[in-house]
Design a protein around this ligand. Structure first.
Ligand code: ADP
Length: 387
């Protein structure tokens, strides 16, 4: 079988993200060497900022997984050494460029992208109601509408006003009657304009937008992503490597393969998937008879496949739709109805799965904060063989 080239291994390593510096180890210049043995054994040496780097095991796993996926690889061996002072200087320079500026989302503890494989599965409905439910549980939450194919978050949360700009030329989020901070890219682009944007233009617009909104202290910021894995989702995944994902799917097993593609993207960028929400999960008549209109089991299947929890099964519910249309989220207006209870349970699942303290690293470490170099190379760690 053909062996992968060094370039292919490098490409695979682009998917290995330093969880603290939030960049790929390739981009950060942390890949010291790549050796490809005729047997299919690939030896990768990763350079760390400090010898006692606590995220070594993260790199071990991530490198083994990415490289192990390449065709022809029989075994992955990973070694570590430490960056020289000069190399650390380069790293600092790299970190200074192109990222979201420090201030942008610094006061937001958890950024959560709500995604779906296709449109119409209730992703926006879940985003709006989850944000309202989190707020009702006493956790400051915001909802950001990034679904350029149809901005619905402000309407669903009952926000009609246009946002204002403060003295520092930052856009101020609006507040919904239920206390959710709301912002939509739709406020700033002409109707349907963003739909025809591609790649770089969209990327720039979204980056600018993320930088220009003055988010206050928030425990949760929920992003309503466009369906699928288009440019917007890719851009957000790159700009917000600390973001976590929730995948919304309908119960029919066929929908779950579509939803899976979105999850694949999250995996590719090394983003954490918090869980799956199955929406439109059966309909119960007032007499208590249940109809599985959109099939059954898709949410469980997807969460099993992704090895993440099924956060909730939200039934088909006319009041859920009506209240969305009226801008009065069901979780607030009828909190004890079955659909509201399922969404509130999902919100509690999110709370349980996210850190309550401030993130480990708000800012990138300065040179002064980096401990001195350890000197001798660290021992090679054997991982594998891979299948
Ligand atoms: P998406 O964001 O995935 O495109 P939406 O949240 O806009 O989907 O939902 C599509 C339509 O389905 C909306 O009219 C919404 O009110 C309705 N809807 C979503 N979930 C449910 C549900 N569980 N029961 C009834 N209607 C729902």
């Amino acid at each position: 079988m053909a062996l992968p080239t060094k370039d292919q291994v490098t490409e695979a390593l682009r998917g290995v993200i330093d969880p603290e510096l939030r960049r790929s180890i390739v981009e950060l210049g942390m890949v010291r060497s790549i050796e490809i043995q005729p047997s299919g054994r690939i030896e990768v040496v990763v350079s760390l900022t400090t010898a006692g780097c606590p995220i070594r095991s993260h790199f071990e796993q991530a490198v083994a997984q990415r490289v192990g996926e390449l065709e022809g690889v029989t075994e992955v061996a990973i070694g570590f050494d430490v960056l020289s002072d000069e190399e650390k200087g380069h790293l600092q320079q790299t970190l200074g460029r192109g990222k979201l500026p420090q201030g942008a989302l610094a006061k937001v503890k958890n950024v959560i992208c709500v995604s779906s494989g296709k449109g119409g599965v209730g992703k926006s409905t879940m985003t709006a109601n989850l944000a309202a439910a989190l707020t009702a549980e006493g956790h400051a939450a915001g909802a950001l509408d990034c679904d350029v194919y149809g901005y619905s978050i402000p309407r669903m949360l009952g926000v009609n006003a246009k946002p204002e700009v403060n003295g520092e030329r930052k856009i101020l989020p609006l507040e919904s009657p239920s206390g959710v901070k709301v912002m939509s890219i739709g406020f700033f682009v002409e109707e349907n304009a963003a739909v025809v944007w591609r790649g770089p233009m969209l990327h720039k617009a979204i980056q600018q937008f993320l930088e220009d909104v003055a988010w206050d202290e928030l425990e949760y910021l929920l992003l309503d992503l466009p369906p699928g894995t288009g440019d917007v989702s890719m851009t957000l995944a790159q700009l917000l490597p600390q973001a976590k994902f929730i995948v919304v799917t309908t119960p029919q097993p066929a929908a779950q393969s579509v939803a899976h593609r979105g999850a694949e993207m999250a995996k590719k960028f090394d983003l954490e998937i918090l869980g799956v929400i199955e929406n439109m999960s059966g309909f119960t008549t007032p007499d208590g008879e249940r109809f599985t209109i959109f099939g059954e089991g898709g949410g469980q299947l997807l969460s099993d496949e992704l090895d993440v929890p099924l956060l909730g099964k939200v039934p088909l519910s006319e009041p859920l739709r009506e209240h969305s249309d009226e801008g009065t989220p069901l979780v607030i207006s009828e909190p004890d109805s079955p659909a509201a209870q399922a969404i509130r349970q999902a919100a509690r699942g999110i709370i349980a799965a996210t850190p309550q303290e401030l993130p480990v690293l708000q800012a990138t470490p300065t040179m002064a904060e980096m401990p001195p170099i350890g000197g001798t190379p660290l021992p090679v760690v054997q991982v594998g063989p891979t299948a």
